[in-house]
Structures are given as C-alpha cells and as structure tokens.
Ligand binder design. Structure first.
Ligand code: F6P
Length: 328
C-alpha cells in the first residue's frame, strides 16, 4: 500500500523473544482486521517467515482457544537473513507478491527496528505491538508479557524464600530483562527482597552487605534480586564477592531464566494484548504508520518506532526508596 491507499490485506508476525500474551495479541489483530473486512496473512518464525515466504492465511476461527496460551502460534526468531539488505529485498517481494499492504509486528526493540527499516527501504507501512517481558520500551507503561513474567518470577522467589528461611541462607536470584532492571525492581519489592542490583544504578558492595545484615545486624536469611544486565557480572560474581566479605554466610544462587518467558498470560496481559492488537489494526486503517501502540495511564497511545526504541523507559526511582525502607 502506498501512503493514502486503502488497506486490504495485513501481514502479521511475532519476532524476538516470545512473551506470554503474544497469542492474545495475534487473536486481537486477526479478529480486529476481520470486522473491517481485511484479509490477514501470518508469517511464521518472525522476519524469517517474510524472507522465506513461510506464511498461512488467518481467519477468526484460526485464532480460537489461544488467548490463554503462552508462546506464539506464529513462532518467533531473531532473523539473521533479514539483517541483510538482500534479505529485506526478498521480504519486500514476498509481501508484494502476496498482496499484503500493511504489517502488524509484535515484539520489542529489534522487531520495531526491522519494521522501520522495511518502511524506509521499501515503503511498506507497519504498526507495532509491544510484546516483550523486558518492559523496556518508551511509549507504554506495560509491554505484553511483563506482568506474567514478574508474577512467575515472584512465585519462584516466594518458594526460594521458604527454603532460605528454613536453612538460614542468603540467596542471590537472577532474573531476566536484558539491559533493563524493570523486572528485577518490581520482583524485589513484591517478594520482599533485601536488595536489588540493576543496570540503571551503580551499587557498592558495602551497601549490599549492610542490607543483607539488616539494620540490627540480626537478619538470618536474605534474598537479593539481581538483574541479568547489572554491571558487576551477574548473580554468581556478586555472590562470590559477598562471600569474601561475609564468609560465615551460607550462600546459594538461583537463575530463574526462561521459566519467566512461558506460561499462561495473566488477565492483565490478556486485556492489554486484546486492546493493543485491535488498536494496531485501527492505526493502520487510519493511515498512521510506523508507530508502536502502547498504553499510558490506561489510554491507548501511538509512539513513532524510533522513539519507542531509543527513548528508554525509565525505572520508577521511588521504588528503590520503598525497597530500602521495607528491607530494614
Ligand atoms: O528480550 C527478552 C529476553 O527474555 C531477555 O530478557 C533476555 O535477555 C533474552 O530475551 C534471552 O534471549 P534468548 O531467549 O535468545 O536466550
């Protein structure tokens, strides 16, 4: 579709790391398109599906019974082929060959970067839906999958706390988030952790040691949440440094890992995905291209791809203060 042309056929893909609620977003895009008489083609395996022409038609019944499922029925990938100009040329021919005239891409930073490049090089318009557990995009308070991921991580940390207190142990628990500390900070507050280490804030080992001992020096078991992107080198390295300072402590490390990426999405993620999926189709129909649809203060908003990618979402600094107070 050239700018100003009528939208008839949407191409849909999920790309990057999967996140719970992507299926709910796929369902919303397909059904949101159907009510406007639009055809939908789903590309399989992210941008690889565009490059290789692996696709399937999607009607409203093809997305039945998926709202509650984790993962993505369209599968996902981080496509090396699409990173090359030749790969993108192939993708553009596939898109034009099928008569697709607008894309909805569900994912994070890399996904929106891909859609932006495709528009600049080949004029193919797109709308983006934020689907990543990292919640690191500017232009939305929430990305789809984040709520489920933090709830999964907190449930795991609650279990760790049971055994930590029985054995009077100190646990370092590493959570995902790439170079964002959003997951770690929310998990730390929600799980009643003693301390959190995130990439956005430099901490000193002495502060960490004080928090572990507690204001009265009498704490017996503690939980420290470590964001995978923090700058000390990860949970194992931090644990080793603390062991050198507190050799009497019985220390264990748990990396929660990809458990955070799976599972049935929470109500919050299902509702968010449903609203944003419909909003992405609406944005394309209005001719508003190359924006990410997001949710700010409960309202659907549009943010240009480049702003969403480069304008980093800030952590709520007050949460560090709350954590400190409650960890005394
Ligand atoms: O971006 C989502 C995410 O889960 C990050 O939190 C994490 O750093 C990364 O993906 C892991 O990627 P992979 O699944 O390729 O190991």
């Amino acid at each position: 579709m050239t700018d100003g042309g009528r939208l008839r056929h949407i191409g849909l893909l999920t790309s990057g790391g999967d996140s719970p609620g992507m299926n709910a977003a796929i369902r919303a895009v397909v059904r949101g398109a159907h009510v406007h008489g639009l055809q939908v083609t789903g590309f399989l395996g992210g941008y690889d599906g565009l490059v290789n022409g692996r696709s399937r038609a999607l009607g409203p019944r093809d997305v039945s019974n998926i709202i509650q499922r984790g993962g993505t029925m369209l599968r996902t990938a981080r496509s090396a082929a699409f990173m090359t100009a030749e790969g993108r040329d192939r993708a553009a021919s596939v898109i034009r060959g099928l008569g697709v005239d607008g894309l909805v891409v569900i994912g994070g930073n890399g996904t929106f970067t891909g859609a932006d490049v495709l528009y600049r090089e080949h004029g193919i318009p797109a709308a983006g839906v934020p689907g990543t557990i990292d919640n690191d995009l500017a232009g939305t308070d929430w990305s789809i999958g984040y709520d489920t991921a933090v709830n999964t991580a907190v449930e795991a940390i609650d279990r760790i706390r049971d055994t930590a207190s029985s054995h009077e142990r100190l646990f370092f628990v590493e959570v995902m988030g790439r170079d964002s500390g959003a997951i770690a900070l929310d998990c730390a507050v929600a799980a009643g952790a003693e301390f959190v280490l995130v990439p956005e804030r430099e901490e000193h080992i002495e502060q960490l040691v004080r928090a572990i001992l507690g204001a009265d020096g009498a704490k017996t078991s503690s939980i420290v949440v470590v964001a995978e992107g923090e700058t000390e080198g990860g949970a194992f390295v931090v644990a080793q440094r603390v062991k050198e300072r507190l050799p009497e402590k019985d220390i264990r490390v748990t990396v929660i890992g990809h458990v955070q990426r799976g599972g049935s999405p929470t109500v919050h993620d299902r509702v968010l995905a449903s609203r944003l999926g419909v909003a992405a189709v609406d944005a394309l129909l209005r001719g508003e291209y190359n924006n990410m649809v997001g949710m700010i203060n409960g309202r659907v908003t549009l943010t240009p791809f480049l702003e969403a990618i480069h304008g980093r979402r800030e952590l709520d600094r007050d949460l560090f203060r709350v954590l400190n107070i409650l960890a005394t």
